[in-house]
Design a protein around this ligand. Structure first.
Ligand code: HEM
Length: 267
């Protein structure tokens, strides 16, 4: 049987090479045309929003001499958070936050849902990765002296981020609702309750009552899904604003270049 050859679909007008203008010999290449289309689209948005100034301010910064791999730990932590957010949203599509349905829905995700075990594994291991990375990043900023003037506020925001990350890990641990998560939550609640003055109130608010009860799971779920991710995202926004505004510190082993305007004499 003769092979039927269908005509190729026409190339969209925007991607067709422009014929040479009078005085030009070569027609514009399709790749250049594509680039120009992208630039015009970006220009269209920029003309209406003036966003490019902000984007340039964030992305095109001078970094100090000696910047090395240790400076990537903050971005790595950011990536871990984003990965947790994406996998968490997928898990939330299948998870049932009720005392009778939670365990079964987690089992269903692992055993029946397409790539469910993979996404659940990524979220579970990702939480440990985020805790490890946040500690390494905190260690980097501490040992490089980046907590000193004028970055004290960024250090404080960082401390809040560590606490929020711990609350994420604690509240997430209960969600599979198996024996281990139940008893781990009882232990954490009891430890929390022994804290001076605020301890019992905190446990009360966290557990939805003095003890583990019917509302504890939904409370942990709301904290894990809405309250803390929102707070972490806001805090990261403030953190990165300050990083962009103040710049990063040079490694401590680099000596500053002598400034001719400064005198050696101390008054
Ligand atoms: C979700 C958690 C966090 C994210 C996403 C994050 C992200 C970042 C990024 C991208 C940078 C710039 C690049 C770098 O130095 O690595 C940075 C810098 C910084 N971070 Fe974080 N960070 C987090 C947690 C923390 C914590 C826990 C602390 C300390 C308690 C902290 C303190 C700082 C300081 C002081 C700087 C400035 C570093 C410098 O000037 O050299 N951050 N952070």
């Amino acid at each position: 049987m003769p092979k039927l050859k269908l005509p190729l679909p026409p190339i969209p007008k925007a991607f067709q090479p422009t014929p040479p203008r009078p005085g030009e010999s070569e027609p514009v290449k399709p790749l250049d045309q594509l680039k120009e289309t992208g630039i015009s689209a970006a220009d269209w948005v920029d003309e209406r929003t003036a966003l490019s100034g902000g984007v340039r301010w964030v992305l095109f910064r001078k970094v100090p001499k000696g910047t090395n791999w240790f400076y990537t730990l903050g971005s790595a932590t950011l990536f871990a958070f984003l990965s947790q957010a994406v996998t968490g949203i997928v898990l939330a599509m299948y998870y049932t936050p009720s005392a009778t349905g939670a365990y079964e829905s987690a089992r269903h995700i692992t055993n029946d849902v397409f790539l469910g075990e993979f996404v659940r594994g990524m979220h579970k291991w990702g939480s440990s990765v985020m805790v490890i990375l946040i500690f390494l990043h905190m260690g980097r900023t501490f040992f490089f002296g980046a907590y000193k003037y004028p970055r004290e506020l960024n250090w404080i925001i960082g401390v809040v981020l560590v606490v929020l990350t711990f609350v994420m890990a604690l509240t997430g641990y209960l969600l599979p609702f198996d024996q281990r998560s139940y008893w781990a939550t009882i232990v954490a609640g009891n430890i929390n309750g022994t804290g001076p003055i605020v301890g019992p109130f905190l446990t009360d608010a966290l557990m939805g009552g003095g003890d583990f009860g019917a509302t504890t799971l939904s409370r942990f779920y709301a904290i894990h899904m809405l309250l803390i991710p929102g707070a972490i995202a806001t805090m990261i926004g403030a953190h990165l604003y300050l990083v962009t505004k103040l710049g990063t510190t040079a490694p401590p082993w680099l000596k500053p270049a002598p400034d001719e305007n400064l005198s050696e004499e101390r008054v």
